[in-house]
Design a protein around this ligand. Structure first.
Ligand code: F6R
Length: 367
């Protein structure tokens, strides 16, 4: 059942080239230069005329939503807000018939997300679902939607569902931008050609970082805290990396936008503070280099997640994890993979039950 892997989580991490490919299949048609998504196409006018899009979700799906905000605002130029479903539903949010709500849920059963959708519908919003479980409650109550084709996710910590959510959000943002004229045909073609290579690049990052993350993990079995830093598209990837570690290893971890470090968290940094920093070449690289220097000056232990062939960050970091270069907007899909592996191995070395972490359930059907 686990296909020779010790845990479902590891199996699901390794399934990502396939789950991303399956999520793109039949939708991303590079040769024809189109993205085919019935849910978007059938509601194109409504979506592109939205005065705002509100993304609602919980946990990992909320992190995917944050990246969705960056994608949709960059490529379709529609204002996006991202809210925790549990906050949205209890605060009388400003939502009208002109609004679009996108609900993201792996299980399609999360109680808070479900309640938030009902409220948005009562206020007249058009609700679009991004679910993984076919025919789940959320997929049934939404007005339209696109499934992630990640396949069943058994491990409680979400991995392949997250990268599949990012894949669907990328498709949606690019399709909206192409049709509303904010994305030139040339730019659209460049981006879809790149998106098409992502399954391959995820395979490459699995092949090249599996052993390294395992080795690095051994050094942090007794860590009590971790910081995860990233900028731009990789800020939510840092939040997600920290959540993975918390959930399965029970080590306290926090994610921050790298530039926020100096507004507080820097006070925590000493030789006992490991810091995972995501620093791809495309994405405020120079700024990140100076963040790394600030951390090293305070003796923090840096685990740098950088592009292949990086020398600047790599030369000052304590540990280096390399991943293939891609457009900044797709980099969290690839960079998240070694962070999943790192969290997995730290948890395994601590003897934790990674598939069934204490106090957690796969779908949270109570509020
Ligand atoms: C994290 C995790 C949870 C879920 C959250 C939302 O690994 O599993 O944070 O992401 O409970 O669940 P869904 O996406 O099913 O609505």
């Amino acid at each position: 059942e686990k296909g020779g892997y010790e845990h479902f989580m590891l199996k699901e991490i390794f399934e990502q080239p396939k789950s991303i490919h399956d999520t793109l299949r039949g939708r991303l048609l590079v040769e024809e230069g189109i993205i085919k998504m019935a849910g978007i196409w059938d509601n194109l006018e409504r979506l592109n005329q939205a005065q705002k899009i509100t993304i609602i979700a919980c946990g990992t799906s909320w992190h995917a939503g944050l990246i969705g905000e960056y994608l949709i605002e960059e490529f379709a130029r529609i204002p996006v807000e991202v809210e925790y479903a549990s906050e949205f539903r209890y605060r009388n949010p400003i939502i009208s018939e002109k609004d679009i709500v996108i609900a993201i849920s792996q299980s399609g059963e999360t109680a808070d997300t479900m309640a938030a959708i009902k409220m948005a519908k009562e206020k007249g919003a058009f609700v679009y679902g991004i679910c993984n479980v076919v025919d789940s409650s959320i997929s049934r109550v939404t007005d339209a939607g696109s499934y992630t084709h990640a396949g069943p996710e058994i491990g409680v910590a979400s991995t392949k569902a997250f990268t599949a959510q990012l894949t669907v959000l990328s498709l949606i943002a690019l399709k909206l931008g192409k049709h509303n004229g904010h994305l030139s045909n040339q730019e659209f073609m460049r981006l879809i050609t790149e998106l098409d290579t992502i399954p391959q690049k995820v395979q490459e990052v699995l092949d090249t970082t599996h052993e390294i993350t395992k080795e690095i993990a051994k050094n942090f079995v007794d860590a009590q805290n971790f910081l995860y830093l990233g900028r731009g598209y990789n800020f939510p990837a840092a939040l997600e990396g920290a959540l993975k570690l918390k959930e399965i290893s029970y080590i306290h971890a926090e994610g921050y936008p790298a530039a926020e470090m100096k507004h507080g968290p820097i006070a925590l940094i000493d030789e006992n503070m490991p810091i995972v920093i995501i620093a791809p070449k495309k994405g405020h690289y120079d700024k990140i280099v100076s963040n790394v220097q600030e951390i090293k000056a305070r003796k923090g232990k840096v685990i740098a997640v950088v592009n292949k062939g990086d020398t600047q960050v790599a030369s000052v970091a304590d540990y280096v994890i390399e991943f293939p270069e891609t457009s900044e907007c797709f980099s969290p899909i690839i960079a998240s993979v070694p962070l999943q592996l790192l969290a997995y191995y730290i948890a395994v070395y601590r003897g934790a039950n990674v598939d069934q972490p204490r106090n957690l359930a796969k779908s949270v059907t109570v509020e």
